[in-house]
Design a protein. Structure first.
Length: 83
């Protein structure tokens, strides 16, 4: 899995130390929903059993490089897959 410097240093290092790389990989491999932001980055959501919540993983425009990840308590299953 490719990661941005911000993800490595800030997200895993300081802001959200509980996030695991394997969760991000799982979400990217089989997202429940995806959408493209106005800036070109792509949001991917997937349910992570270990935390009992959906995890939002944001990639750069290439769709591979992880920029950010966070539990998303507002995600609902009613959303449909979008690309």
């Amino acid at each position: 899995m490719k990661t941005a410097r911000y993800f490595e240093e800030d997200i895993l290092g300081r802001k959200r130390v509980g996030i695991r790389r394997e969760w991000c990989e799982r979400v990217l491999n089989a997202p429940a929903f995806t959408e493209t932001q106005e800036d070109g980055r792509i949001r991917h959501w997937g349910y992570v059993e270990e935390i009992g919540k959906y995890l939002r993983v944001v990639t750069l425009e290439d769709g591979e490089t992880v920029h950010n990840a966070m539990p998303d308590r507002n995600f609902t299953r009613r959303r449909r897959r979008q690309t």
